[in-house]
Ligand binder design. Structure first.
Ligand SMILES: [Zn+2]
Length: 162
């Protein structure tokens, strides 16, 4: 499809919204298709400082540093999957919609963590089972004590379901 002026403005506005949420520029770039240079300029204008250049985390598990984060990220993922198919591509619009709902209901959250959660659940890098005890879905990974238990009720599928 040919690039239209309105289409381009829409992309810029979406990018500005993502950057306002401090989404990492390489992810903004992949979600909007805009080039990195104008995105860097946009970041400086919005935040009055340069974007962070640190290494990107490998997976959503890097964000799950305490029980509150594990519960928050799982809640974010459930909210998103209520309105979007797990197999549908992640879009900037979908991500922003879920992020805004989440923040209205539950408080501040790192939008990057939300993006990684959707990406990793979609790629089956982590599983997203329903807890057999409290019925909430949660991001499960056997590698850490934080993610091997349901963050809402503490139930452990590996230990308690045997
Ligand atoms: Zn539970």
């Amino acid at each position: 499809m040919a690039e239209t002026t309105l289409g381009n403005i829409h992309k810029q506005l979406t990018a500005a919204e993502l950057i306002r949420g401090k989404m990492r520029l390489s992810i903004v770039q992949s979600l909007t298709g805009l080039t990195i240079r104008p995105l860097r300029t946009m970041w400086k204008e919005i935040h009055n400082e340069g974007p962070s250049n640190g290494k990107l985390p490998e997976s959503v598990l890097s964000y799950m540093v305490n029980q509150a984060m594990a519960a928050g990220i799982s809640t974010f993922t459930s909210l998103h999957l209520r309105q979007h198919s797990p197999n549908a591509p992640i879009t900037a619009e979908g991500l922003l919609a879920t992020w805004s709902t989440y923040q209205r209901l539950c408080g501040p959250m790192d939008i990057n963590a939300g993006y990684y959660a959707l990406r990793d659940v979609r790629a089956d890098f982590v599983s997203f089972p329903r807890c057999t005890c409290c019925d909430a879905h949660f991001i499960y990974d056997p590698g850490s004590t934080l993610t091997s238990r349901c963050p809402f009720c503490g139930h452990s599928p590996a230990k308690d379901d045997k």
